[in-house]
Design a protein. Sequence first.
Length: 404
Amino acid sequence: MTSPRPVVITGIGVICALGDRRDQVFAALAEGARPFAPPTVFPADAAPGRLAAEVAGFAPEKYLRPGNIRQLDRTGRLALVGVELALADSGWPLDARKTQTVGLVMGTMFSGVHTIGEFDRRALQAGPEYVSALEFSNTVLNAAAGQVAIWQHLRGINSTIAAGAASGLQALGYAADLVRTGRADVLVAGGAEEMSFETFLGYERGGRLAGPDGAGVPFDARRSGAVLGEGAAFLVLEAEEVAVARGAQILGRILGSANGFDPGAALTASPDGQALAATIRRALADSGVDAHAIGAVSASADGSPALDRSEADAIEAVLGTRTPVTAVKAMTGETLGASGALQAIAAVEAMREGRLPGIAGLTAVDPAVHLDVAGETRPLAASRALVTALTPEGNCAALVLALP
């Protein structure tokens, strides 16, 4: 059996409410920026008193070579820009992609849910003969990944992972496994999600949104729900020998990962944390890393009262209470399919920069949460970090990262 190949990170592309460069986004995280405002991608009066974390003034043409992107919806365009920025950061120009096989693994929760809704409404109201063929192509969950691969000349593996807000993190783990086992040499992996009225309405009716005060502060005693966000976050993963041979920068490593599911979550309306704890243990075993070697955690907590506590219980069960923990959704909002990759990027940059972003707005930690969390950015001396994801539906994931 061939030995597993080391997997390295050679590029990062990100666009979210905090910015469109990894250094810019990390600086905003470290400053505790919270760019929350009334939504503009749908009428604000449809969401009275609610805030969102949009990519303000999003113009994909700013980042792309001239070409026709009319067939891409907002999720597709966000993903296209995120992948473009990741490939540029990694040093994979278009010409190189035409000769070297590069693939794409994308996580998304709803993909083009607004496009799907518009397509269905038009078909029901005006009749099937009046629907748009262009819209139809975006009504499947993997449309964005396919469109991005066509535009970017990505001829390798093309996969879409849909596991709720754990999608982006599961996409990274799956892509890393493909590289590690020799089934791919170079993959772009991460996630994307758009802001839409359909998503907002679903979260509101499900009682998952923060109250009119817009708190949305993970692990805070006054938290009442999430603030929805949007964005795209992608990492270029390569077999180490491939990256070294082409003289690429190495930003970090993926050591291992694991996924899990809590089948009782749908019945109890909240995972109990045991599935995530078991998933974290499997990820550590897959990485060959002891729990005490983890220097920081980037958690998926988004301000949901029950879910945050379940995640905190899982992290405590495996790592104890001394490992510093951050939750970047306090600043990015709940970006769903993009969130796991955003968390991973924050963890990589935190280790590289030697500082862990605080949880903006955190003033009074929930007494039931026993983790080492803080509202302010702190110095960090860590060479390994854990990224976790837990969803109300019971999906969970864990990923272990390391410095080069």
